[in-house]
Design a protein around this ligand. Structure first.
Ligand code: SF4
Ligand code: SF4
Ligand code: SF4
Length: 360
């Protein structure tokens, strides 16, 4: 990048050279300075809704939102001061005034407890209750989607879910209704959810900084009870990275990981259909061989089952030739297993009839 496209700014006394047009938030992150925020999704620009990321810019009277204010040459920025913290606390207090039924007690029973960014930012800034409690009429939940539900009472209207659905998952299903102070989220999880374009990918729930849009299976665990195990989604050839969340030796959930091919996103299969079978009671755990007298499948040892299969494949190959056989691999197998199956087909079966179902 040429020097004309770079600007010099000072953040908390540290000089940083950043690309023109970048936000103050991005510039601070480059300097490893964290700014609290709620409406900015990841390191993206925010919509300036929550006003938790306000900072001081020397020469400007008003505080500015770091998530959507571009840097300019010579800016002198302060990210932490008494004035800034007071403003952040005020914004959080106003957010809490409309949040939930009783935000301080509600955390205890909330499924997002321990994994909630609103809770974390409030804790960090010492905000424990709304300074201006107002009577709020409870709004109905939307929970017809098999994987996801929406509790509008916990929504802080940050619009991260809108960005996630429209700009990241590119589904354009979740949107806002009304304008200004009455803005509301229209999450497609009501009784007619299956007539919408919602693909149940869960990217909105992953983006939500509160418990407003949430995966239903969070009812089975709390964040501090699970151990993440990084793995590759077994469903197709894209190779999305995800974490399996393990509680008491059972996989209870998944979490998207920022992998090279998925950049923190998952589809419905990766997020909700890649782990239940691990502990399924229907899962075969031993080979079954059909008893030709009774017609029933009976448990067998691996040695017996493999000997039987090898003998029958050999007989078929000798009688009809290798092209009478084919190898078809399951997309939930690993690359290494599928490679071995293909090798066995070409060398032992003596056929090039190989295929795999991983092209959904
Ligand atoms: S969404 Fe977060 S802040 Fe709100 S009740 Fe749940 S844990 Fe508490
Ligand atoms: S549902 Fe969650 S992500 Fe969407 S606006 Fe409400 S709090 Fe923000
Ligand atoms: S589950 Fe996916 S498609 Fe459905 S509303 Fe959420 S982000 Fe959009």
């Amino acid at each position: 990048m040429s020097n004309e496209n770079l600007v010099n700014v000072t953040i908390d006394g540290e000089r940083v050279c950043v690309p023109q047009g970048e936000t103050i938030l991005h510039a601070a992150l480059r300097a490893h300075i964290q700014i609290p925020r709620l409406c900015a999704l990841g390191n993206d620009a925010g919509v300036g809704m929550c006003r938790v990321c306000v900072v001081e810019v020397k020469g400007q009277d008003a505080l500015v939102t770091a998530c959507n204010t571009p840097v300019a040459e010579g800016m002198d920025i302060t990210t932490h001061s008494e004035r800034i913290d007071a403003s952040r606390r005020m914004s959080l207090s106003l957010i809490l005034a409309e949040h939930g039924l009783n935000s301080t007690n509600y955390c205890f029973s909330c499924r997002k407890n321990g994994d909630c960014q609103l809770q974390a930012v409030c804790n960090a800034l010492g905000v424990t209750e709304p300074a201006y409690p107002i009577p709020v009429q409870e709004k109905p939940h939307r929970d017809s989607n098999p994987f996801l539900e929406f509790d509008p009472n916990l929504c802080i209207r940050c619009q991260r879910c809108v960005v996630a659905c429209n700009d990241r998952a590119c589904n354009h299903t979740l949107h806002t209704a009304k304008r200004g102070a009455r803005i509301a989220i229209e999450a497609p999880f009501g009784p007619d959810w299956d007539t919408t374009n919602c693909e149940s990918c869960g990217c909105c729930a992953a983006a939500c900084p509160t418990g407003a849009i949430i995966e239903k299976r969070r009812a089975t665990y709390r964040s501090w009870e699970v151990t993440p195990v990084l793995t590759t989604c077994p469903h197709c050839g894209v190779g999305c990275q995800l974490e399996l969340l393990v509680k008491d030796n059972r996989v209870v959930d998944t979490r998207a990981y920022h992998g090279a091919s998925n950049k923190g996103l998952l589809c419905v299969k990766g997020r909700s259909a890649s782990f239940d079978f691990v502990s399924s009671g229907d899962r075969l755990t031993t080979p079954l061989v059909k008893n030709h007298d009774t017609g029933e499948f009976e448990p067998a040892s691996w040695d017996d089952a493999l000997d039987l299969v090898a003998r029958r494949f050999s007989e078929l190959r000798e009688e009809y030739g290798g092209d009478a056989l084919a190898a078809f691999a399951c997309s939930r197998s690993t690359d290494e297993d599928i490679y071995m199956l293909e090798k066995m087909a070409r060398t032992a079966f003596r056929t090039n009839n190989v295929d795999n179902c991983a092209r959904v």
